[in-house]
Design a protein around this ligand. Structure first.
Ligand SMILES: NC(=O)NCCC[C@H](N)C(=O)O
Length: 291
């Protein structure tokens, strides 16, 4: 059965933006990386090598890839298309970004969906904001949405209305201040579902009621240690139930996932993940999954 209301079902088709198109040239990188709060200047050549390897890995795992084109009015952050849309069985919901310099990205996804004939259900509109990294499906059509610096109360209210027909339980997860508004801190900075009963989590930043909800619902939690938080240890993409793709360099989290029975495939993400603070879930906007 095909459904988009899962973040762990086998991915059939995914939307990406290749590093060569998000990082158009060295001048763009020089102009933007500090203003976007990248941790260091990304190396375009290595980003392309890493991205090609990431694509090869997804293809080997049975995922069909489609790509957004380069565009003159998007920034380096367009490398992370998950954040521009939320996907439901009733259609795609386009986001309004909480980060000021990402505002043009959702419109490019809209154009892509129109060209492909994909149904767009609606949009979150300003002053509401929702970023896709703040939204994840849990099992049984439960939608968890963070309230933080990127996704606000008006955006959540709009999303609740847009998803009312398809969601059995809509959970709002208040995020802590942590490093403040200029940091990238999404719901998926603290949880990545891996299977219907398994999730990778960073507990020190989790609200207790949400963590208890997961435990009470029967989730087993794979804990990310503090030293692997900044290297995207908690951002793991499930390509199928229990089969995940993770960035290299988080050996403790990887071992814990293997011990929990998961299959783990890693890729090098120095220039496409660590510097821009986005892991494999951020790099991908899955458009079709199977349950
Ligand atoms: N879902 C995600 O966590 N996306 C990562 C986005 C990183 C990007 N540099 C940003 O600040 O929005």
């Amino acid at each position: 059965m095909q459904t988009m209301q899962t973040d762990v079902g086998q991915i059939k088709r995914v939307l990406l933006k290749h590093a060569k198109d998000a990082f158009r040239d060295d001048e763009q990188i020089d102009r933007e990386w500090k203003a976007l709060n990248f941790l260091a200047r990304p190396d375009r050549s290595n980003a392309i090598v890493e991205y090609d390897a990431f694509c090869d890995l997804l293809s080997k795992l049975g995922v069909e890839l489609e790509f957004l084109p380069a565009s003159a009015d998007t920034t380096l952050d367009s490398l992370y298309p998950r954040d521009n849309a939320v996907v439901t069985d009733n259609g795609i919901i386009l986001c309004t970004m909480g980060k000021a310099n990402r505002q043009t990205e959702p419109e490019h996804q809209r154009q892509h969906y129109i060209t492909r004939g994909s149904k767009v259900l609606g949009s979150v509109t300003a002053p509401g904001s929702v970023e896709g990294g703040d939204v994840t499906w849990l099992r049984n059509n439960v939608l968890a949405v963070a309230n933080g610096y990127r996704t606000n109360a008006q955006g959540i209210a709009q999303l609740r209305e847009l998803t009312a027909a398809s969601v059995s339980d809509f959970i709002e997860v208040p995020l802590p201040h942590f490093r403040g508004p200029s940091d990238v801190f999404h719901l998926m900075s603290i949880i990545s579902p891996v299977a219907d009963d398994l999730a990778v989590v960073y507990s020190p930043l989790m609200p207790v009621p949400f963590r208890n909800y997961l435990l009470d619902s029967g989730y087993r939690l794979v804990e990310v240690p503090e030293q692997e938080y900044d290297s995207q240890g908690c951002n793991v993409l499930a390509v199928a139930p229990g089969v995940c793709v993770a960035v290299e360099g988080n050996p403790i989290t990887k071992k814990r996932l293997l011990d929990a029975g998961a299959e783990v495939h890693t890729f090098s993400g120095k220039d496409i993940c660590e510097k821009g603070c986005g892991g494999p879930t951020c790099l991908t906007r899955p458009l079709e999954r199977e349950r």
